[in-house]
Every structure is written in structure tokens, then in C-alpha cells.
Design a protein around this ligand. Structure first.
Ligand SMILES: [Zn+2]
Length: 375
């Protein structure tokens, strides 16, 4: 039987563990979402699950055994050889060796694999630590040591769920997921991402063997443009595909105040997409992803949990939730110097609308044309 209430998968590991030095992932993210949700009274114990750590053999459903072994070795020795760095992409500036280099990604992978099992008979699962969409079978890539979205989708398949729509609204293209499901007729991947941004894959004309709709968007993408994309592309494409499960990678780096990208959304745009995808399939898994401003990640992803639960986001945070936001810091970034008061006192941004640029309408039209041709 499908569960009535959405489940939240988290872990305390994300509170303690940080990537080294000045890495963008030096800031807390998932622990803030857990703390804010609890402080708002939205996360009772009976819907919270602690993520298990995936065993190597489960990671090897997609990742290469020699790479998994290299991660275990790097965690044990806290070092990599030059050969391992070159071959596996670990011990680099983007993918540094840090104390939990195996345990932390294996915990996020474990949560995503568990999600596939929990959703066997239907329901909604929220796993904000997931969404590491750049991980490759045999190497780390773009801050991602493993690819938990791929492992989640393989877990769904393992539990008999065949047709999966994967929607990715992170500012970056989901190159690792595309490697995983390219040419798969039972998988539809839709990615909306900033054009020209690393990893520079996911061009409009790239269809991953017929499995992907890639929409690169120009800098400054606004809420009205994202509404047009949701109504004109995401909703009709998912509806036409008739998936048994929807997996949403809900990276929060497409908001205006994110330090790594140049898009201009408010958090309302993400929440609208979450709301739109609810009910489009009997199973919904919502993952996190990018998002490097500690205040906006906490606000956006806590609002995702409220949306999944049908909770109206109040105008002002409770004093406990406000204290959590006020206790955050953003060392080494100008956005941390004088944060605006609404980052402390509210969850919902003011909408950031604007004209829908012709190139966006044109690209939606190109992808819709491909959709019609496929039917
Ligand atoms: Zn990203």
C-alpha cells in the first residue's frame, strides 16, 4: 500500500562533515533543512528516516569496483597517489580528499537506494542529501563522488518500477545521469540548466539517444520564464511519457543569490515545479543537488518539504527557525557579510518575474516539436 504521508530521509553525517578549505561545500545544507523543518513543527519523528550507508556491492550496481575501492582507500589513508588522482578524479580542487570521502557519499547513495525500495508501492520521498548528478561510473566529477540519482533510479527498477521521468532543475547539466540512462526507452530525462556553465554538456540538440530533453537557458532566468518552461515543456512532456515514477533533482543553485551560477530565480519557481509534479505519477522522489548559499539552500529546501506536505508557508519563521538561520555564516563570500534580514525571518522569496525572452520560447518550441514527433 502506498503511504499517505511523505517521508524525509536525512542523516547527522551532513552536520559534521565538510569538504576541505574554501570548497563551495564547506557550508552546512541538509542539517539546516532538518533543523528548520523541526523548528517549524513540520518534521515529526514518524516521517523521518536515517539514511543507511550503502555497502560497496550496492554502489557497484553502477560504479566500477576499482573506483569504489579507491574511495575506501582514500578515506582510510586520507591521501591519493598521483595515478589515482589522474584516473579517478579524487584529491583535486573540486573533489578533495576529506575525512568522510567514502562515508558521506555512500550515505547519500544509501538514502537514494532506500528511496527506491520505499517507493515500491507508491508514495512520496524527500531526500535532500541526494542529487549528486555529476558522478561518473569510474570517477568523481563536479563535487560528486557517487551518482545517487542513478542509483535511486536503478533501485526503482530493481523493485519493478520501469518507466521513470527524471527532471533536473539544477543550474548545471546532469551529465552523469545522462551517461547512466542514455538511449533507455523507459527513461525520460528533462534538464533545465544555464548555458555555457560547467560541464557545458546538455546542448539543445543533444537528445541522449532519444532519452533526453535538454534546455539550456541564458543567464538571468526569471520566474516567469521558468513558469513558461514548466507549463510549456516539463508538465506536457512528463504527462505524455506516463511515468511510473518521477525523480526530481531540485538543486537550489538556480536562485539569484547563488555564488556559482548566474540565473535569477526566486525559490517560488522551484516550489511551483514540485507542486506541479506531485500527482503526475504514483511515485515521487525529490532529491537535492547544488546550492551553495547556506541561507537560500535552507530556505528553498525547507519550502520543498512544506510543499510536499501541503503546508502553507507562513509569512514569518518561528523564533526557533529564525535562530537557526541567524546562526549560519558564509565565510569567505561577500554574500555572508551583510545578509538581508528576510533570509533570517522568512522562507519565501519575493517573486522575481520578468519578460519571457524569445530564445527561451524558441527552445521550448524546438523541444516540443521533438516531443510531438516521438508520439
Ligand atoms: Zn549545480
Amino acid at each position: 500500500m502506498a503511504r499517505e504521508r511523505p517521508l524525509f530521509i536525512g542523516s547527522e553525517i551532513y552536520r559534521r562533515s565538510k569538504y576541505a578549505g574554501w570548497h563551495p561545500l564547506r557550508v552546512p545544507r541538509v542539517s539546516t533543512v532538518m533543523d528548520l523543518s523541526r523548528a517549524m513543527g513540520w518534521l515529526p519523528g514518524d516521517v523521518y528516516l536515517t539514511s543507511p550507508r550503502a555497502k560497496p556491492h550496492l554502489l557497484e550496481r553502477w560504479h566500477r569496483p576499482n573506483y569504489v575501492a579507491a574511495l575506501l582507500r582514500a578515506e582510510a589513508t586520507q591521501a591519493v597517489t598521483p595515478e589515482e588522482r589522474a584516473r579517478f578524479g579524487i584529491g583535486t580542487v573540486s573533489n578533495p580528499v576529506y575525512p568522510e570521502i567514502y562515508r558521506r557519499p555512500a550515505t547519500a547513495a544509501g538514502g537514494s537506494i532506500l528511496s527506491g525500495e520505499l517507493l515500491k508501492d507508491g508514495g512520496v520521498v524527500y531526500h535532500p542529501a541526494g542529487g549528486t548528478h555529476h558522478g561518473m561510473p569510474g570517477r568523481a566529477n563536479g563535487f560528486c563522488f557517487l551518482n545517487d540519482p542513478v542509483l535511486a533510479m536503478l533501485s526503482l527498477r530493481h523493485h519493478g518500477v520501469r518507466r521513470i521521468a527524471y527532471v533536473d532543475i539544477d543550474a548545471h547539466h546532469c551529465d552523469g545521469v545522462e551517461v547512466g540512462f542514455s538511449g533507455d526507452p523507459d527513461c525520460l530525462m528533462i534538464s533545465v540548466h544555464e548555458e555555457g556553465l560547467w560541464p557545458r554538456t546538455g546542448r539543445l540538440e543533444d537528445d541522449a539517444g532519444g532519452s533526453a530533453l535538454n534546455l539550456p537557458v541564458p543567464r538571468g532566468l526569471n520566474d516567469d520564464e521558468m513558469d513558461a518552461i514548466r507549463e510549456g515543456l516539463i508538465q506536457p512532456a512528463v504527462a505524455a511519457f506516463r511515468p511510473q515514477a518521477v525523480v526530481l533533482q531540485c538543486g537550489s543553485d538556480a536562485v539569484e543569490e547563488d555564488p556559482l551560477s548566474h540565473l535569477g530565480l526566486s525559490n517560488n519557481a522551484h516550489w511551483e515545479i514540485v507542486a506541479a509534479l506531485m500527482g503526475m505519477a504514483p511515485r515521487l522522489l525529490v532529491l537535492g543537488g547544488g546550492g551553495y548559499n547556506p541561507w537560500s539552500v535552507g530556505r528553498l529546501w525547507t519550502g520543498v518539504w512544506a510543499t510536499l506536505n501541503g503546508i502553507e508557508v507562513p509569512d514569518r519563521l518561528t523564533p526557533g527557525a529564525e535562530a537557526i538561520q541567524r546562526a549560519l555564516s558564509f565565510p569567505g563570500n561577500r554574500r555572508g557579510r551583510n545578509p538581508p534580514d528576510h533570509w533570517f525571518t522568512t522562507l519565501r522569496d519575493r517573486p522575481r518575474g520578468g519578460p519571457v525572452r524569445p530564445e527561451i520560447r524558441h527552445r521550448i518550441g524546438v523541444l516540443r516539436g521533438r516531443l510531438r514527433a516521438a508520439v
